[in-house]
Design a protein around this ligand. Structure first.
Ligand SMILES: C[S@@+](CC[C@H](N)C(=O)[O-])C[C@H]1O[C@@H](n2cnc3c(N)ncnc32)[C@H](O)[C@@H]1O
Length: 225
């Protein structure tokens, strides 16, 4: 694992993650609701859902609340983020398996659907493509996959990451701090343009990636295996 994921091994940062992320990512609660709605189109009843980068457990908890017949398999390489996920998902623990590792450590499935939220922006092209291929390999034909993360908008990563950082900082945001945070993210994250994102999804075997979520520097796509 590369150093750009080190924040997820710092216990203080990890416990703040679950508390603060819903406020920091615009529309996160609705992103979770839309992900469940989109997955349910191919999985209206009981379903097995793969969650890649499941640390924190927020998306599993949100989907479990509205879909009582779904079972979840979450994978994440950060033990600290998985520990928090265990706490967050305790209300649905009997239908949630949390596995330490990346998608290659997930069972073969096949799964009815998969999500990967706020994670792919950490992966460079090769690791992202491999991750996407392994997700695709684990889905049933026409199983739905939902991905959402930071993207490079209009070749202006600093501008849009800065807007996201300002949103995350809230009412007390200091312009200098948001700019510094955006600069650090732009340097650290191997962002792709929306066009490159869609090419990567298709290279991995997914059909018809369609944009369904756009929030400052975040974009979300839905596609089928
Ligand atoms: C920003 S958190 C997002 C967690 C959760 N999906 C959410 O939306 O709240 C990113 C997560 O991706 C995990 N991660 C990093 N590299 C990964 C990889 N190659 N495969 C799966 N998860 C990874 C990190 O450990 C971390 O828990």
């Amino acid at each position: 694992m590369s150093g750009n994921r080190s924040p997820f091994s710092d216990p203080a940062a990890v416990s703040a993650y679950v508390r603060e992320t819903p406020r920091k990512v615009p529309g996160l609660a609705d992103l979770h609701k839309m992900a469940a709605l989109l997955l349910a189109e191919q999985a209206p009843g009981a379903a097995d859902v793969l969650v890649v980068g499941a640390g924190g457990g927020l998306e599993i908890r949100a989907m479990a609340e509205t879909r009582p017949h779904w079972r979840f398999t979450g994978v994440d390489p950060s033990p600290a983020m998985l520990d928090i996920a265990r706490q967050t998902t305790s209300p649905c623990a009997e239908r949630t398996d949390l596995i330490h590792g990346t998608v290659v450590d997930a069972p073969a499935g096949p799964f009815d659907g998969a999500v990967c939220l706020l994670t792919l922006h950490f992966l460079d092209w090769d690791e992202r493509l491999e991750t996407l291929r392994e997700i695709h390999r684990r889905l049933k034909p026409d199983g739905v996959f939902v991905a959402a993360h930071h993207t490079e908008i209009g070749g202006q990563a600093h501008l849009w990451l800065g807007r996201s950082a300002t949103f995350a900082a809230g009412a007390n945001s200091e312009p200098g701090q948001a700019a510094a945070s955006a600069k650090a993210m732009a340097e650290r994250l191997p962002l792709l343009s929306p066009h490159q994102e869609e090419a990567c999804f298709q290279d991995a075997g997914f059909k018809q990636p369609n944009l369904f979520y756009a929030a400052l520097s975040f974009r979300g796509w839905v596609m089928t295996a």
